[in-house]
Each structure stands twice: as structure tokens, then as C-alpha cells.
Design a protein around this ligand. Structure first.
Ligand SMILES: O=C(O)CCC(=O)C(=O)O
Length: 287
């Protein structure tokens, strides 16, 4: 599947772009299903949540999720989270409800039939094998909307902070469901940044989450960051230590993406990771 050059580039740069590798029909199917799930969720009582003044917002400005049952339980469920700028000072939604959802997480790949089929497709297994993942295990899935005007920034981070394994094994599969551009908040990465240390670790102890500092290497600056503009249907794969972020979306177009975080069953998955597989199957790709 992957050429030697692509494998070399992944290992050297810490990321790889496979341009428009997923068929348009499949991308549309997934996009429609995400819209369907949002509508279903809205029907299930989000109005009440808003009226109660307790909407579930997702932001990376504050990583403390202590006691946030809605978030913590989403590890093995399908749940929607609002954009941090979804509400006015008066507590009203700033735009159409469906355009206020930040993401759906975190077990679409096991629970929803359309996402299940997409997530386990064979081509991903071939790619994973080429990248040396011996026993792929899909740990998390997220559908990220990056909504027009209010799409939230995702701070610089490394995915191994959330999926700590020894040795490091997490690989992110990031699918562009829509074109991702500088205008609508595409990904930014630090090429070769995966060769540096892991800076933080996100631990869960009971109901308490803590972001532990491991190394004070600064996050990338303008001189070493690179934008990753891609067309819908493209797949960006990145190493768990690769620093990446995305800017807020102030444009009039969303930048939808679907992500899978995959670890290797031959590595030791930390008990302190917030996301544990307790009831759902822990599976890789169809081969
Ligand atoms: O899509 C984005 O803006 C960021 C996604 C991300 O950081 C991730 O999936 O690890």
C-alpha cells in the first residue's frame, strides 16, 4: 500500500499525507451520518440542558475534566459537545444549533454502523501494517466539526499524552471530510517534532484528571511549524509524539474531520489513561 518513500517520510517527518485516498461517496456517507447523529442528539433533550445552564462544552483551553461525568463516560459512548463560543453572554446559541457542535466522541467506531464500517476498513489495516503497527487497536474516534465562525482552536499537543503506551505506539489517522485550508482552520504540525520528548501526560485517577508536565520543551513557534492544507478525502497520519494544533475557524465554511487514535497491542497501554476499554470490543482493522 505505502511506498518505501512514504514510510521513510513518515518516520523522518512524523507525519504523512495521503491525498484524496478515500472515495467521495464514502466521505459523503460519513458526513451525512454525523449530521444524523447531531439531529438525534438534539432531539434527545439538548434544549433542557441549555435551559438548565449546563451545556457540555469541549475546549482545549482547560484540560481539567475532573468530575465531568458526561465527558468521562463518553469514552464508550456517542456524545456531542458544544463549541466553546456556542453561547452568547445571555446563554443563547449564537447560530443554528447544528452549527454549534464542536465534536462527537468517542466510540463512534464501535457503536455507529456507518462509522464502524468506515473505521475498520481494510485499507487502513494495510497502512497500519506498513507503518509497523503489529496489533492495531482503535482506542478512540472523534468527528470534529470546526464550525464556521466559532470553530474552536485546538492547542498544541501530542496525542501520546492521552494514549500513553510503553513503548510509544499511538498513531493518529485524521481524515479530511471537507477541504481543510488556512482559512477554515487546517492542521499545523512541527515536522520532525516527534523526535523530541513527550511534554505532558493526561491521567485519570477516579474522577480526577490531571495534566502532568513531563518535559518543559517549548511548543513550536512560527519558525518550525508547517500548515497541512488538504482536500476532502485525504488522510493525514501522524506519530503520537508529533506536536500539532489547529487555529480557530473564523471563516464561513466548516472544516469537518474524522479521527481515529490507534495503539499497538504489543505495547503496554497505561492504566492511568482516561480512555479505557471496559465494555466495548477493542479491535483493529479488517484484513
Ligand atoms: O482536527 C483538529 O483540529 C485537531 C485534531 C487533533 O488534534 C487530534 O485528532 O489529535
Amino acid at each position: 500500500m505505502l511506498t518505501k518513500e512514504q514510510i521513510h517520510n513518515y518516520n523522518d517527518q512524523g507525519f504523512l499525507v495521503l491525498d484524496q485516498i478515500i472515495a467521495t461517496e464514502l466521505i459523503e456517507k460519513v458526513k451525512n451520518q454525523a449530521a444524523f447523529l447531531v439531529n438525534k442528539w438534539v432531539e434527545q433533550g439538548v434544549e433542557q440542558e441549555i435551559e438548565d445552564g449546563d451545556p457540555h462544552i469541549f475546549t482545549t483551553k482547560d484540560n481539567d475534566r475532573s468530575g465531568d461525568q458526561y465527558f468521562l463516560e463518553s469514552a464508550e459512548k456517542i456524545r456531542c459537545f458544544f463549541e466553546e463560543e456556542a453561547f452568547s453572554k445571555e446563554g443563547k446559541l449564537v447560530q443554528e444549533r447544528a452549527l454549534c457542535i464542536n465534536k462527537i466522541g468517542h466510540a463512534l467506531h464501535e457503536i455507529d454502523p456507518v462509522f464502524e464500517e468506515f473505521s475498520h476498513q481494510r485499507i487502513l489495516g494495510d497502512i497500519a501494517a506498513d507503518l509497523g503497527i503489529q496489533q492495531p487497536q482503535i482506542r478512540q474516534s472523534m468527528y470534529i466539526f470546526k464550525q464556521p465562525r466559532i470553530g474552536g482552536e485546538v492547542n498544541w499537543h501530542q496525542d501520546a499524552s492521552f494514549f500513553f503506551t510503553q513503548p510509544q505506539s499511538v498513531v493518529t489517522f485524521w481524515f479530511a471530510i471537507e477541504d481543510a485550508t488556512l482559512n477554515n482552520g487546517c492542521l499545523w504540525v512541527e515536522p520532525q517534532g516527534h523526535k523530541g520528548p513527550l511534554r505532558e501526560r493526561f491521567n485519570l485517577d477516579g474522577q480526577t484528571t490531571t495534566m502532568i508536565s513531563l518535559d518543559n520543551t517549548p511548543w513550536p513557534t512560527k519558525t518550525c511549524e508547517q500548515s497541512v492544507e488538504v482536500k476532502a478525502g485525504s488522510l493525514v497520519i501522524f506519530h503520537g509524539f508529533l506536536p500539532h494544533y489547529s487555529a480557530p475557524n473564523r471563516s464561513t465554511r466548516s472544516r469537518q474531520a474524522f479521527t481515529l487514535h490507534v495503539t499497538d497491542g504489543t505495547s503496554q497501554y497505561a492504566e492511568e489513561n482516561w480512555l479505557q476499554c471496559k465494555t466495548l470490543p477493542l479491535r483493529g482493522f479488517n484484513r
